[in-house]
Design a protein around this ligand. Structure first.
Ligand code: G7M
Length: 299
């Protein structure tokens, strides 16, 4: 540890219904990086300020303390201290976190990789077969062992069925940042690269029924939705992202997101499209897959 290192400890109180659990949380600060430990297990903790909702504005203005910072002519800036109930921070915890989880959430430079069909077979596939994140959370959802009360829609068919539920990035407090994921019931489709024309009924079913369910539950028409797959995904089990158009969801840029409507059309015109195409995607500096591309002289 460097000379600037500091240790902080706090009680982390978890409350679910009426029960409260207290865990000891330790943060070791080393040159501005925090390593968080819960009960001596390494953890990733993601803290996010959520959007301000229009329906809370009256409460916000009447219940806050305003401190003037500066005033100049018609312009002034303030520090606003909001009441407790409007000052929550959405907190996501991964614990115990693997080294790979810790790297995933660290700020890192990215590099665009060009992957031919052959590169996928010789570099990417062997890597993801050895190194990918556990899919336990996905199976827990499909088997109703977790998040069952959050399911928005399910088609139980083993071939074309799926579960639609809020992505854990969405706190569901406002539709402005709506984010749902549809997880296919069938197993074994790792990513875009495994998709063939035989999967068209599954993809079309997810597209149509997912849009219908979102219209029914959130009153958002298809024209307000961005429906896409990631390549590379973080989790190699087929799932589709549904986000509100206009919300810049992480990973919705052209270098990572593939519109489901395009994926369907591409497979309709060429059943081998995703097996043979060169695909481009960003990888972060410490991603092991990037090292494999470098070792193969591809970068
Ligand atoms: O990048 P990829 O296409 O693999 O996206 C996976 C999505 O799953 C991301 O948008 C994550 O936020 C979401 N996600 C990851 N986990 C571990 C969970 C979870 O446990 N529950 C839910 N509902 N979404 C998750």
């Amino acid at each position: 540890m460097s000379e600037t290192a500091a240790k902080r400890e706090a009680n982390w109180v978890e409350s679910e219904n009426s029960s409260r659990k207290v865990k000891r949380a330790k943060a070791d600060e080393d040159n501005g990086h925090f390593k968080i430990m819960f009960a001596d297990k390494e953890a990733v903790v993601i803290l996010e300020k959520t959007p301000i909702r229009e329906d809370t504005l009256a409460d916000l203005f009447s219940g806050s303390v305003l401190k003037l910072e500066m005033k100049n002519d018609i312009y002034s800036t303030y520090r606003l201290q909001a009441p407790h109930h409007l000052n929550e921070i959405k907190t996501t915890v991964v614990c115990p976190a693997t080294e790979k989880h810790i790297k995933k959430y660290q700020r890192q430079e990215s590099f665009l990789v060009e992957e031919t069909g052959e590169d996928y077979e010789s570099i990417t596939l062997p890597y993801i077969q050895q190194q990918s994140f556990s899919l336990q959370w996905v199976y827990n959802i499909l088997e109703k062992n977790a998040e069952a009360d959050r399911i928005v829609f399910e088609d139980p068919d083993p071939k074309v069925g799926f579960v639609l539920l809020p992505d854990f990035k969405w706190d569901q407090k406002q539709v402005d940042d709506l984010y749902l994921i549809a997880i296919a019931h069938c197993r074994g489709i790792r990513s875009l690269r495994d998709l063939k024309s035989e999967h068209l009924p599954l993809l079309q079913n997810i597209f149509e029924k997912g849009k219908e369910a979102i219209m029914q539950r959130y009153n958002l028409p298809a024209s307000k939705l961005r429906v896409y797959l990631h390549y590379q995904p973080s989790y190699y089990h087929l799932h589709v992202h549904f986000t509100k158009l206009g919300y810049e969801a992480p990973g919705c840029g052209v270098e990572r997101a593939h519109l489901l409507a395009d994926v369907i059309q591409n497979l309709q015109s060429d059943f081998q499209y995703y097996k043979t195409r060169t695909l481009y995607f960003p990888l972060r500096a410490e991603d092991g897959l990037l090292s494999k591309f470098k070792e193969s002289g591809k970068l």
